[in-house]
Design a protein. Structure first.
Length: 213
């Protein structure tokens, strides 16, 4: 089978097994891709959407805003060529030597230091957290201090220490978000969410073009 045939069959299986999930179409497009990535149907119940999250995310992508990730793994899984059509860029500062030094001298995690380092690129951006709760916690602190204003936060840190708690805090943030409850998440999940938004942005653009032709 060709890759596109495998994906089509996978989505068909997901649709059948998910049954009447009750999610609106665009939310389901995101959750379905998360399930496709993880084979985990629990996301149907655990994902949380801010009411403006999808609209805001599509606008950010279509206007060429930066997407910042907390891991190289997440960045490697995102559809870069599709983003480039809109002039968008992907950034991850985890491997930057300045970030490493800041983390060492400040006795903080590199993920937290990377958030500080990303401040100049953050306003209007999509910040995608798929690994480190400390990154999400620091991001929320900067927002509370009115130092940064991303357009959308994708918060899917994974683990046993502060992962669930950081996502609960995100649900009270004034910035639009997509997240989930509990410990599950990961770089592959947040990349899947970004890709779902990119695909929807492309679909919207195609529909608009067809309408005006």
């Amino acid at each position: 089978m060709q890759p596109n045939e495998i994906e089509k069959l996978s989505f068909s299986i997901i649709e059948e097994e998910a049954g009447d999930h009750g999610l609106p179409e665009k939310q389901w497009m995101i959750v379905r891709r998360m399930i496709h990535t993880s084979a985990d149907f629990d996301y149907i119940q655990s994902v949380k959407f801010h009411q403006d999250s999808i609209h805001t995310g599509l606008q950010a992508i279509q206007s060429g805003q930066t997407i910042i990730t907390d891991t190289q793994m997440a960045m490697s899984g995102i559809r870069k060529k599709s983003l480039e059509k809109y002039g968008g860029r992907l950034k991850c500062f985890m491997s930057d030597e300045n970030v490493a030094q800041k983390a060492l001298h400040g006795k903080i995690t590199r993920a937290s230091a990377a958030v500080d380092y990303a401040q100049d690129f953050m306003n209007g951006s999509i910040y995608a957290v798929g690994n480190a709760p400390t990154a999400l916690i620091r991001l929320l602190e900067l927002i509370e201090q009115n130092k940064v204003k991303p357009a959308l936060i994708l918060g899917f840190p994974v683990g046993f220490v502060n992962a669930a708690e950081s996502k609960e805090a995100l649900c009270h943030c004034k910035v639009p978000y997509i997240t989930n409850t509990g410990r599950k998440g990961g770089s592959n999940i947040v990349a899947a969410v970004v890709n779902a938004l990119i695909i929807m942005a492309e679909d919207d653009a195609t529909k608009s073009k067809t309408y005006f032709e």
